[in-house]
Design a protein around this ligand. Sequence first.
Ligand SMILES: *Cc1c(COP(=O)(O)O)cnc(C)c1O
Length: 464
Amino acid sequence: MKYISTRGKAPALSFEEVLLAGLASDGGLYVPEFMPRFTPEQMNALRTLSYDQLAIEIMYPFVEGCVPRGDFTDIVEDTYDSFAHVAVAPLKQLAANEWTLELFHGPTLAFKDFALQLLGRLVNYVLEKRQQRVAILGATSGDTGSAAIEGCRHSKWVDVFILHPHQKVSEVQRRQMTTVAGDNVHNLAVEGNFDDCQRMVKASFGDQSFLNGLPLVAVNSINWCRIMAQIVYYFYAGLSLGAPARSVAFSVPTGNFGDIYAGYLARNMGLPISRLIIATNRNDILHRFLSQNLYHMAPLAHTISPSMDIVVSSNFERLLFDLHGRDGAQVAALMEKMNHEDVSIEPYRWNFARELFDSCAVSDEMTLATIKQIYEETGEVLDPHTAIGVYAARACRQDSATPMVTLATAHAAKFPEAIEKAGLEQRAGLPKHLADLYERDERFTVVPNDVKAVQSFMQKQLNP
Ligand SMILES: *Cc1c(COP(=O)(O)O)cnc(C)c1O
């Protein structure tokens, strides 16, 4: 499989190259040259597989030519062995024909483990083969940092540097990053906000000379490997609920449009998905686009669902590429225009998106009310991101005969403040493997809000 850029100018790359690449050289994002498709007969044969076996079948076409099947099998089996539930991504019923897909049984209790546990192992595999060291650099406002650290900590070829805004992430989220032992794990608490962290990451990728030739690798949500891993659980849920004979609808708590874009790809691969609901918090740029055909950047709002607090949705460019007939020049012009003005697309393209996608923006008040309501109806405690998904699922539901699945993107124990605000006395406790999180030793370095300070810290760690 080859990968091409959404802006049409960068060279096509192999899977191995996009795994380590980040942004394309023309500023675009890499997408597969074509989508593999499964026929109904082929899907029927997948219905009885375990999660890891299914994952191998769904993902292999994307890595073929780079990773031999036997090695890929070992890597995928090892990846999903690290999950605490034998079903890996269990479905839980909320009401008649209404479900959540629990994606929080990985090491850091959020769905990002599905992708980053795999990505860490694949990066290690490729580097081992090349006998090459790299540095991974990322900024986090919460869930990505811990998932990236957990995914890469065991690789002797990788040093992981994660920037978080000092005293501006929740205690659970901070501890999940800072209590991981390992000489190759480096947590930097920046005396600034998340935007400052992101700015420093961007500047360091823009000019990597401070690393004297050591490659810098990005693991943010635009990395193709992350999208690929997320396609699998749409198939897993759909096949469990009757696909290919029966259609399924999904509601997806959305920030950077990565997770829901994976659902769109699952549909392109043959899974009968009738509807994909974009569930956002007050940072609703995608909802405004879907409901008004207007792409307008608004200032960042801080909400009780911090992992969806975004200004722009970077992966949305991948959908725009398809909506524009995969014409990179048109996408490049559109993205350039978005930097300084509000943008609409031709109505027929917009209507095409609306045939599949629906959207709903949910306030903090409605999020808290949903946590409370679902607890009263079922005894389940939802995390605030999942609650947004469930609210949107119910608000947008068109057809009660089609199963509606909300992706449960995080465990409630990650967001104790929100659960308390929802008025639930029975707090969701941390699962067994994290029960002693508050007693573990923390390791992090506070650095000034200055890119030179960050880079010289990295230099010292890499060349002690
Ligand atoms: C990252 C995250 C999201 C948003 O996912 P995107 O792929 O950016 O749309 C939603 N919920 C939780 C808990 C997350 O960590």
